[in-house]
Design a protein around this ligand. Structure first.
Ligand code: EPZ
Length: 430
């Protein structure tokens, strides 16, 4: 089992390049099978979740050619089955995007129902509500969702909760439905817009992505395209908070600063200097951070995927902060781990009350999920002494070359698998 071993205390200084957005890529890869022509996708992050979805796509019969680490060609003309294996949905929930993609293209899809996950119970009722509204029969048999229709017909669909996944899934199916679909109360996240732009570049007719009303005129066929995925706003935000927590000075390059506005606003509020350039942001933290209050919200609000990272920074700030998680029910699991490093945090319902401390001390901790894992790494970088983060397989699901990028900023971090390697690291860093 791989772990990170970290010697904390170095301020992160330098430049870091951000990769393509994982959560946009997941939707885009699924949508790529909706034509029989070849699709080329660039700026693909080379992370576990993406590689699992590519495998799922190739197992149903699509041709997947990895042109290089960040570029892939997909051809969906040879798809022989519209059912996705449980093995994939178990590894990565977003395999459910194949439901919308297969239903749109073949009018039939069979995908296992994803179970709960580490950040809470995650229903997909809204996805199914959307497919039903488009005229599909949706049933659950033997653990799988079976969606089928003779014809999909455009419909006015209202989403009761703002959902990234439901918006993307319905948008895909509706792109190949007959007539006009309106999705109201749709998610406005940059990755929703990126999937819509991608589908439009394949010949779909989607308007309004990025607002809360998306209008889709169905088309009969989609065609080939070449598309480059937007930068990952959460990877960028993670490095921004790593700079803040270590009192560093980091230029985060290849980003769209507009997508980072909520993160930037909070960093400024807690006392960092943030300079925006055309496609970069520089974060400088020269003094102890201040406390603040934060509530996670759908975009353009403060992202839930940046919640653990800000908690780490606030746990080191002067004063008391309150962070309220309004999207997922179980996203404070990492707090107990952070407490082992010296943080003082009390979780009450969906809020964490954080009493700032002067500093953390390194400890052995476990990553409970992807973003919390990244946040524990930030905590380790800011802590005095050695931190070992277990279960980093979660972090690898969404961050490409995380430790290499951190090392290039002056962090002392290594990926290890044995106790002996940890001892060697300790001897080396003194
Ligand atoms: C996406 O998950 C992201 N995953 C998550 O990224 C992210 O945390 C989340 O959006 C919120 O921004 C991908 O894009 C692959 P939702 P998703 O549907 O689509 C409720 C990461 O770390 N809901 O927007 O599953 C749901 O329970 C992660 O990269 C329903 O009630 O999230 C939640 O409270 C993890 N019924 C809220 O909506 C539904 O049918 C928002 O969830 C669907 C969702």
């Amino acid at each position: 089992m791989e772990q990170y071993v970290i010697k904390g205390g170095n301020p992160l200084v330098g430049e870091v390049e951000i990769g393509g957005a994982k959560n946009a890529a997941l939707g885009i890869l699924a949508a790529a099978i909706m034509t029989d022509e070849t699709i080329v996708i660039d700026n693909l992050p080379d992370v576990q979740d993406i590689n699992v979805l590519l495998e799922a796509i190739s197992v149903i019969g699509a041709r997947v050619d990895r042109i290089n680490r960040h570029k892939v060609a997909i051809n969906g003309s040879m798809i022989g089955q519209v059912s996705v294996d449980y093995e994939f949905i178990k590894k990565i929930r977003a395999s459910y995007y194949l439901l919308g993609a297969l239903l749109g293209k073949y009018k039939r899809a069979e995908v296992p129902l994803p179970g709960g996950c580490n950040i809470g119970s995650r229903p997909i009722d809204l996805h199914l509500k959307g497919f039903k509204a488009l005229g599909a029969n949706v049933s659950i048999r033997h653990g799988s969702i079976i969606a089928e229709a003779e014809k999909l017909r455009g419909k006015h669909i209202y989403l009761d909760t703002v959902s990234v996944g439901a918006t993307i899934n319905i948008m895909m199916a509706a792109s190949m439905a007959e007539g006009y679909t309106i999705i109201e109360n749709s998610a406005r996240e940059p990755h929703v817009v990126d999937v819509a732009n991608f589908l439009n570049s394949m010949g779909a007719n989607i308007k309004g992505a990025g607002t809360d009303v998306i209008r889709i005129r169905g088309v009969q066929k989609l065609h080939s395209t070449e598309y480059s995925i937007i930068p990952d706003q959460i990877e960028a935000g993670t490095f921004m908070f790593a700079a803040a927590a270590t009192k560093g000075d980091v230029m985060v390059k290849n980003v769209i600063p507009k997508h980072l506005e909520a993160t930037t606003a909070k960093l400024v509020e807690i006392g960092c200097e943030v300079e925006e350039f055309d496609d970069a942001v520089r974060v400088v933290a020269s003094k102890r951070l201040n406390s603040t209050h934060v509530k996670t919200l759908p975009y353009p609000g403060y992202p839930t995927d940046m919640q653990p990272q800000i908690v780490v920074a606030l746990a080191l700030a002067q004063g008391t902060s309150i962070v309220t998680e309004s999207i997922f029910e179980n996203r404070f699991k990492y707090v107990d781990e952070l407490t082992r490093m010296g943080a003082t945090i009390k979780v009450e319902g969906n809020s964490a009350i954080i009493y700032g401390t002067e500093g953390f001390t390194g400890a052995r901790v476990s990553a409970p999920d992807l973003r919390a894992g990244a946040a524990l790494v930030i905590a380790g970088l800011a802590a005095e002494g050695i931190t070992v983060v277990d279960d980093i397989v979660y972090v690898q699901r969404g961050y490409e070359c995380f430790e290499e990028k951190l090392r290039s900023l002056g962090a002392e971090i290594e990926r290890v698998t044995t106790e002996k390697e940890i001892q060697k690291f300790k001897l080396r860093v003194g």
